[in-house]
Write a protein that binds this ligand. Sequence first.
Ligand code: NAD
Ligand code: DAU
Length: 361
Amino acid sequence: MKNVLITGGAGFIGANFVHYLRETYPGVSIFVLDNLTYAGNMANLRSLEGTDRFNFIRGDITDRDFVNDLFSKKSFDTVVHFAAESHVDRSILGPGAFINTNILGTFALLEAARATWDGNYSGKRFLHVSTDEVYGSLGAEGLFTEETAYAPNSPYAASKAASDHLVRAYFHTYGLPCVTTNCSNNYGPYQFPEKLIPLIIINGLLGKPLPIYGDGMNIRDWLYVEDHCSAITTVLEKGRLGETYNIGGKNEWTNIDIVNLVCDIVDEFVEGSEEYSKLYPLAGGRRGLITYVKDRPGHDRRYAIDSAKIEAELGWEPAESFETGIRKTVKWYLENRSWWEEIQSGAYRDYYEEQYGERLS
Ligand code: NAD
Ligand code: DAU
């Protein structure tokens, strides 16, 4: 790994990966390609700007001429492809961008890699970052394995499933050195406030309603983002080409349980600090802010990952316990108020109002 292209590196997981790679592989040259949609944020990469072997390129992965040109000018040996439209609720409001970026964008990158590497695949790797949502919804029992049939239920999941199939086809047809990872729900620093955990932390601090879709009994399998990053570098180093690897933390929670837990941790941090008590006053605990709202259409009931393959074959396992990871995350949002305030003062306000029927103050 010398020259690594990281698409979507200004988003949540991409930015965490950029920082992780810089720390664990300091000699590697990093090229972030991101067109800075609402979810991309240069503040996530600020500490790296102007440093050696870090390059930011603003561009759209769906622009085939631009992507081909970039590949022909830089000698990428490794591509880690995060760039995507990633939020299920937005894919319900407007699926077009998901089809465009997630399917056509992946196609453009695969084509550029195929043309530039031109059959010279030694030392090359294209890692496609995907999701467990491609497998659809589980009942009360069972886990998603790499053999589970694809059954995507949202436009987001369907677009990611299509991109996974393209990657598979490029390996089988052209021998492009591809590998795909399918990960469960991530949480941690830099996660955009539209997603459940940051939304609950921030609304909890501000004393706003904490919206729970449906009966709150949907289950997600949560993984600390840095563990996702370590799984990706493990697959880059040791994963077998043409394979897919599931990544998860064996950490299933109902939405209502995780929201209650986050409320309690926020209460504890706020009550334990004079400064935070003044900033975020609230009579009664944050659980009192929980509000059940209309369910997400087609809301998948349960996700749970069987990560036996990556553990047994590649020796990966998560390092962070949920107890420590969730506390680190709450602390990060407390200590980075300006990061989320800046987001809340922009276009996110309109989305929030459309989704929750309330204006952000
Ligand atoms: P995110 O929405 O936070 O970030 C996406 C990034 O991609 C942003 O920086 C955005 O600007 C960029 N981007 C979007 N469209 C682009 C385009 N056309 N050209 C260039 N850049 C573009 O997403 P995330 O949560 O960090 O997810 C990253 C990847 O991981 C996605 O592929 C997602 O499907 C996958 N994934 C996410 C999770 C999760 O829990 N968040 C879990 C499993 C897999
Ligand atoms: O499973 C991996 C996927 O996890 C990734 O592929 C997606 O990119 C990522 O966004 C995430 O998708 P989810 O839809 O599971 O995440 P989200 O944070 O939007 O929602 C988590 C659960 O919380 C889900 O059951 C819906 C529920 N929810 C969410 C929001 C935003 C609520 O009850 N209320 C809310 O306001």
